[in-house]
Ligand binder design. Structure first.
Ligand SMILES: Cc1cc2nc3c(=O)[nH]c(=O)nc-3n(C[C@H](O)[C@H](O)[C@H](O)COP(=O)(O)OP(=O)(O)OC[C@H]3O[C@@H](n4cnc5c(N)ncnc54)[C@H](O)[C@@H]3O)c2cc1C
Length: 399
């Protein structure tokens, strides 16, 4: 059994190790275009590698995998986050789960993952061919019994050209997980301000995301924004990253509930100025920005603020809108939304429906997730599923 793996990243190396373990007599060859394996894994999680997630806070797979959730739900039953956790501990990488449910190596060093995977695959006898960029898949087809495509996400559809002889449908790639540019000098002055729990929405759509929000010197970032960028990745690309962002600073509270918070503040602090008393989710400079934006004077006293003005403030605080003028960089993590269309592959084996013997795993597929270890989990899960499918086919042909 000869297996060629195109791409020595997370999915490719994981698939190679498992294929070799399941079929020890096979010849497994990794073709990697770069000069080292697992180059991206080395920089994941800011060099710490958020290897997976406990999934304890995951309400539904749909919310975590904006593209490919149905397939991931199905495949996680075959190789779950717990399987990944045990797999890495077995190859000698002790792991720990943070309070936010993200899983990292105890060493806090992504290189430990890289080195232990590298040692494992070389010990098993996987052949590694570095600086071997594959530009023609048909040549490999003549040499190998099966080919696993694990080339990762491509920023442009032209990156998938080497698959063109197969005529496989690809969903055009667009970036996911980015920050929002907002042109607003007063807002930029609040850079570094964090509000712990807000809900955000792209106006005119049903896309919403909640979590902490960070004001930056170019606009907005933080988990709530990154999530929203992921849900809205394609829609935002289609709209050339011009959109309206609506923020509810009080998360899921409605206008009446926020109004009652403001009324309570007013009642207990009648003689004080609007600027000096504010809900404890804000810092003073941020509150000043918001009341000014609502058209109220910061020098007014609470006792001089009428019911209409209070309602105006409450209404603005739950639907505070900003013009997004572009996307910003998020250095920690970015992934591609798009890739090989899931309609092209068998859901159980990840084998091409029209080209037997060709399999896909990892970010090359139209699967992507939020931050938190879910993207690497997709690489481990799909990489494992392919190795298992190849082994099952091999053994059923050799009985
Ligand atoms: C900065 C950063 C930080 C991240 N941090 C995290 C994190 O902490 N947790 C998490 O879950 N996810 C994280 N991600 C996302 C995660 O790294 C990817 O989803 C994951 O690496 C995808 O694995 P892959 O094997 O599919 O692709 P890749 O890891 O990109 O590997 C693809 C490999 O294929 C090679 N290749 C491409 N084309 C060819 C070709 N034609 N011939 C031969 N070789 C080829 C490439 O050189 C590359 O080595 C991060 C991403 C980035 C960019």
């Amino acid at each position: 059994m000869k297996i060629a793996i195109i791409g020595g990243g997370a999915a490719g190396c994981f698939c190679a190790i498992n294929a070799k373990r399941l079929i020890p007599e096979s010849e497994v060859v990794i073709y990697e275009g770069g000069n080292k394996l697992l180059a991206k894994v080395a920089i994941t999680g800011g060099g710490r590698c958020n290897v997976t997630n406990s999934f304890k806070q995951v309400v539904s797979t749909e919310r975590v995998y904006p593209r490919g959730s149905k397939l991931m739900k199905h495949l996680l039953k075959v190789f779950s986050h717990t399987d990944a956790y045990n797999w890495f501990e077995e190859i000698g990488v002790p792991l720990m789960t943070q309070e936010d449910e993200c899983v990292f190596p105890v060493s806090q060093d992504a290189m430990e993952i890289v080195n232990k995977m590298d040692i494992t695959l070389r010990r098993l006898g996987v052949i590694v061919k570095l600086k071997n960029q594959i530009s023609d898949i048909t040549t490999l087809q003549k040499e190998y019994d099966c080919i696993v495509v694990t080339v990762g996400g491509k920023p442009k559809i032209s990156g998938m050209d080497f698959l063109s002889p197969l005529d496989i449908k690809c969903v055009p790639p667009v970036p996911s997980l980015f920050t929002f540019n907002i042109k607003d000098k007063e807002l930029h002055e609040l850079m570094g301000t964090v509000v712990k729990q807000v809900s955000t929405r792209l106006s005119g759509t049903k896309m919403t995301a909640s979590g902490p929000l960070l004001i930056t010197h170019w606009g907005m970032s933080g988990p709530a924004i990154l999530k929203l960028s992921s849900y809205g990745a394609r829609w935002l690309a289609e709209n050339d990253y011009q959109a309206e962002l609506a923020i509810n600073w009080f998360d899921d509270k409605n206008e009446e509930e926020v109004l009652s918070i403001i009324k309570d503040l007013a009642e207990t602090n009648q003689k004080k100025l609007l600027i000096s008393v504010y809900p404890n989710i804000f810092i003073q400079r941020h509150w000043q920005y918001l009341i000014t934006k609502a058209g109220l004077s910061t020098e007014r006293r609470w006792m001089d603020t009428g019911p209409k003005q209070m309602r105006k403030l409450a209404s603005m605080l739950i639907n505070d809108t900003y013009r997004i003028t572009g996307k910003g960089a998020y250095k920690e993590e970015f992934v591609t939304c798009g890739g090989v269309a899931l309609t092209e592959i068998n859901k159980n084996t990840l084998e091409s429906i029209n080209h037997k013997g060709i399999y896909f795993a990892g970010e090359v597929l139209d699967i992507d997730a939020l931050t938190g270890g879910f993207n690497l989990q997709a690489a481990w899960t799909t990489g494992y599923v392919v190795s298992k499918a190849i082994a099952e086919k091999y053994y059923s042909n050799n009985v």
